[in-house]
Design a protein around this ligand. Structure first.
Ligand code: DAH
Length: 373
């Protein structure tokens, strides 16, 4: 900066000469116009408007001028800086608009392109149906109990009062894992039903016992539309003082109404199972036709084959011999049991016609059941 100059003539201060100021201004305007993008404009701004730019340095010279010269020089520099500022702002707006337009084009998302996202699957309806059934019983105070699928022959048959030569033990029905030999008290099988969990549950607990036992079971059947070698059952066991067949019927009727609709009834037909006495087959009133299809061809019902009843499963009062095998005093306690197949229930509940659909794992089968949890 020059020293104060009493006999000042602005023409003599080089940086404040009108042509100089104009040159600085024009250079700045040209630099802004030439800036091709915002980065270049930022550089041009630093060069022409920054602290060390010619105009800023000229501005500083004003302070050293004598008072009478300040006004004129100040006006000249101020007007030049004003013009430069305006040009900068205009170019800034222009370049921002250009950038925004470019970003819109470059970053546009083509929503019509095929995507590679893997579609969500769905839970298997056997799982959700099992859980629904469990929920009905858990709400009544039952406990969910489970047992092994590879089971001791003793639990699967002997403790349940199957005679040693009972036909169900035969190789045709049962997958044997290990036979009974001299060293072993019991053979090992893939459990053929969930009833062994009854015995395990009684041995594990003190009465009263209220358990619901869902699980996978195995039989030597070929896979076809109505058979599968691996399927699911749910077993029910209640042991308490004074339980009767009426408790059994009322309990199952509650399950039927919860799963299929209010007001439905059930009926018992005599049957035989070694582990229950008396034993029965339990049917539920057809929830689709409610019996109206019986003897009425115009109202034929596919769900119950116009019989008015749907077979659910086996049940009965726990045989005292089973209570004894499980260490429970049959003089003090009685109990009821019920066992039924889940695949069959899924078939008539959802009109599934071929059991193979349930095991093939095709999502086109499971997806229509949705994401019920
Ligand atoms: N376990 C039998 C079966 O798989 C079904 C059954 C019948 C279960 C009667 C029971 C029952 O609990 O009381 O064929």
């Amino acid at each position: 900066m020059s020293a104060p100059n009493k006999s000042y003539d602005p023409v003599e201060v080089e940086a404040l000469k009108p042509q100089e100021i104009e040159r600085m201004r024009d250079e700045a305007l040209a630099a802004f116009a030439a800036a091709a993008d915002l980065e270049a404009l930022r550089e041009a701004k630093a060069a022409h408007m920054g602290d060390r730019s010619p105009l800023a340095l000229a501005n500083r010279e004003i302070g050293a001028l004598p008072p009478q010269a300040k006004a004129e020089a100040g006006k000249r520099v101020g007007m030049a800086r004003g013009a430069v500022n305006k040009a900068l702002a205009a170019r800034q707006t222009e370049l921002e608009a250009e950038r925004d337009a470019r970003v819109l084009v470059e970053e546009a998302v083509d929503v019509t392109l095929p995507h590679d996202r893997v579609p969500a699957g769905a839970r298997h309806p056997l799982t959700t149906l099992c859980e629904r059934i469990e929920d009905v019983f858990v709400a009544m105070g039952y406990e969910v109990a489970e047992g092994p699928e590879v089971e001791a022959e003793w639990f699967n048959f002997d403790a349940l009062n199957f005679e040693p030569d009972h036909p169900a033990r035969a190789m045709q029905d049962t997958f044997f894992v290990e036979g009974k030999d001299k060293k072993q008290e019991s053979g090992v099988v893939l459990r053929t039903h969930t009833s062994p969990v009854q015995v395990r549950s009684m041995l594990d607990r003190e009465p009263p016992v209220y358990v619901v036992c869902p699980g996978r079971v195995y039989r030597t059947d070929e896979l076809d539309a109505t058979h599968t070698p691996v399927f699911h059952q749910v077993e029910l066991l209640a042991i308490d003082e004074g339980l009767t067949m009426a408790d059994l019927k009322g309990t199952i009727e509650h399950m039927v109404r919860s799963l299929f609709g209010e007001g439905l009834t059930t009926r018992l037909r005599p049957n035989y199972f070694p582990f229950t006495e008396p034993s029965a087959e339990l049917d539920m009133e057809c929830y689709v036709c409610r019996g109206e299809s019986v003897g009425n061809p115009e109202k034929a019902c596919r769900t119950c084959s116009s019989e008015g009843w749907i077979e659910l499963g086996g049940c009965g009062m726990v045989n005292p011999r089973v209570l004894v095998a499980a260490g429970i005093d049959p003089e003090k306690y009685s109990g009821f049991a019920f066992g039924f197949g889940i695949e069959r229930m899924l078939m008539f509940r959802h009109n599934v016609e071929d059991m193979r659909d349930m095991v093939e794992g095709d999502v086109r089968f499971t997806r229509p059941f949705g994401m019920e949890i």
